[in-house]
Design a binder for this molecule. Structure first.
Ligand SMILES: [Zn+2]
Length: 144
């Protein structure tokens, strides 16, 4: 009997570890986002990137918390340094990035959030609008 308790305990510890590694929560904004790992070289640290987003683009951060439940690190259609948004997966973003550049990763999230917003508002996905949002975010960061 003791063996089973030990096994259960080990499974619980592993479960807690997995949960901590792949789920982001922020009670202040009712944020709960699963970040799916990838076997591809997509090495951005979601805790650092979300913190950056929260500090530098709080409106985008809040929109993400309210409208996104899953982020996949697979590179998907955006290549190694891009992201992807599929209209039929309205609460999922694909963010592939292996550049170790927190600003670029944050800008990619802002780009994909822009597509999510377009989709949620029943508008077509227009690239120019979202590239502009990502670019003006980066400009804002580097202009001080
Ligand atoms: Zn796009």
């Amino acid at each position: 009997m003791m063996k089973w308790f030990k096994l259960l305990f080990v499974l619980l510890v592993i479960g807690a570890f997995v949960y901590k590694s792949f789920v982001y929560t922020d009670e202040q904004y009712y944020c709960s986002i699963k970040v799916l790992p990838s076997f591809q070289p997509s090495n951005w640290d979601f805790r650092k990137v979300f913190k950056m987003l929260k500090q530098t683009a709080p409106e985008e951060y809040q929109y993400m918390c309210a409208n996104v439940s899953t982020i996949s690190k697979d590179m998907s259609c955006g290549g190694f340094d891009g992201g992807c948004y599929y209209t039929e997966q309205r609460r999922t973003l694909y963010i592939g990035n292996d550049q170790d550049n927190i600003a670029v990763t944050t800008a990619v999230i802002i780009h994909e959030l822009c597509h999510a917003r377009q989709n949620n508002e029943g508008r077509p996905l227009i690239e120019s609008e979202c590239y502009q949002k990502g670019a003006s975010y980066l400009n804002g960061l580097y202009s001080y």
